[in-house]
Design a protein around this ligand. Structure first.
Ligand SMILES: Nc1ncnc2c1ncn2[C@@H]1O[C@H](COP(=O)(O)OP(=O)(O)OP(=O)(O)O)[C@@H](O)[C@H]1O
Length: 395
């Protein structure tokens, strides 16, 4: 139904004790509320006198993200409520930098405004008001038509190029940073209709011991037929200016992290391009090319598919106790049964031999160990093999 003034509120439902585990398994760790990191929120609560919380969209190391209705402007928004302190402020500052320096922000998730919420004690939580999008799909992206996924890969590359052109390194490219457009007409509907599409919030009371009432809410699962075709890149909580030296070089999930970062190098445009190609491969193949927790298994997955790592990286792996000298032995070659070509053939038997060769050529240009030889976003957008793939899928 179309939204009416004075609408009867729906606050979702508390699950019974059997359902509590299901909500807890997929939600943020509850102890982060008692530690004063996350801001406790209830469905139906109105923040800053205008944003009525309607559902939960997701959470991360630095925030919880909520779907809200802006009763002043009568539109839906996402509220990213940051943890207090410098880490929570950093993304706001970086988003301001992006808004000032990036020429084309049309595929980037940037704020439309911001406010501070008083938290526990003297803490304050920065809140970013973001466009409402579909939360990242994770492994569900494979259920989208392949042409939609390839179009997403192209849009992601355009978004990344715009960031790189402004001298910014994303540094945390993974599936969680990809969000899809939601239908524009969504703004006109009342909460009950939105819950018919997204499901009513399932929730658990956080407990009386907190300084403020709050609920642990299971995040929405967007029906795939509700998604638009536009893809957005978000999560700039770790973004840096190129050339910035960082204390922690590596980044989880490690199977998206460029190998030089696990050998002590700072994040760079090139390391973003490695992560980009991991995402391209996941979208094209429907599965990740590399795996593991950043230790032996991840390094093994590089070597079996790409061959030996550069000899001068020897002795620099971040987990020295797990090193295998064969990784740097230049006589170690990819396993023909399990290399990239074999993987592409296995995962995409429907694609022609010519198409698979184009994809293999693209992947090798970005899955190149030496960052200085890796293809850039600008070059990849102009690359004949990349363009040929985009032509096949009419993107
Ligand atoms: N504007 C939005 N619309 C819909 N969902 C969103 C939006 N922004 C974020 N989300 C969802 O919330 C999740 C958490 O957001 P994000 O990864 O930006 O948080 P974070 O605290 O910075 O996390 P991380 O630990 O990954 O850096 C995302 O994976 C995404 O699914």
């Amino acid at each position: 139904m179309v939204r009416q003034d004075g609408e009867c509120p729906d606050y979702g439902e508390f699950v019974d004790s059997d359902g509590e585990g299901d909500v807890e398994d997929v939600s943020e760790p509850v102890e982060r509320y008692s530690q004063g990191l996350y801001y406790p929120v209830c469905i139906g609560e109105v923040l800053a006198g205008r944003y009525r919380i309607e559902h939960k969209l997701g959470w991360g190391g630095y925030s919880t993200v909520w779907m809200a209705h802006d009763v002043q402007l009568r539109k839906n928004v996402a509220l990213k409520i940051m943890i207090p302190g410098a880490k929570g402020e950093y993304e706001y500052q970086m988003q301001n930098e992006i808004l000032q320096t990036v020429r084309d922000t049309s595929n980037l998730v940037t704020h439309q405004g911001s406010f501070l919420l008083p938290g526990h004690g003297s803490n304050h939580h920065r809140v970013l008001v973001l466009p409402l999008l579909s939360p990242s799909l994770g492994y569900r992206a494979i259920q989208l038509p392949v042409a939609t996924r390839i179009s997403a890969a192209k849009q992601l590359l355009v978004a990344l190029k715009s960031l790189h052109d402004a001298g910014l390194v994303h540094r945390d490219l993974n599936e969680g940073a990809l969000m899809w457009e939601m239908p524009l007409s969504f703004d006109e509907y009342d909460t009950a209709t939105k819950y018919q599409w997204l499901g009513r919030p399932k929730k658990v009371f956080l407990g009386d011991y907190l300084w403020k009432r709050g609920e642990l809410v299971q995040q929405v699962t967007t029906p795939l037929d509700l998604l638009g075709s536009k893809l957005y890149l978000g999560d700039f909580g770790l973004t840096i200016k190129i050339g910035t030296a960082v204390r922690i070089k590596e980044q989880a999930p490690y199977y998206f992290c460029a190998p030089e970062r696990l050998h002590g190098a700072d994040p760079s445009f090139a390391s973003d391009m490695w992560s980009y190609m991991c995402l391209f491969a996941a979208l094209y193949l429907g599965n990740n090319v590399f795996y593991g927790n950043g230790g032996e298994s991840t390094a093994f997955s590089w070597v079996e598919q790409l061959g030996a790592m550069p000899n001068h990286w020897k002795g620099r792996f971040w987990r020295p106790e797990e090193v295998n000298d064969a990784w740097y032995d230049q006589t170690t070659t990819p396993d023909p049964e399990r290399d990239l070509a074999a993987r592409i053939a296995r995962m995409r038997p429907d694609a022609s031999q010519a198409e698979r060769e184009l994809v293999l050529s693209i992947m090798h240009k970005a899955f190149c160990y030496l960052p200085e030889r890796r293809i850039t976003a600008e070059q990849l957008l102009q690359d004949p093999s990349f363009r040929a793939i985009m032509d096949i899928y009419e993107c």
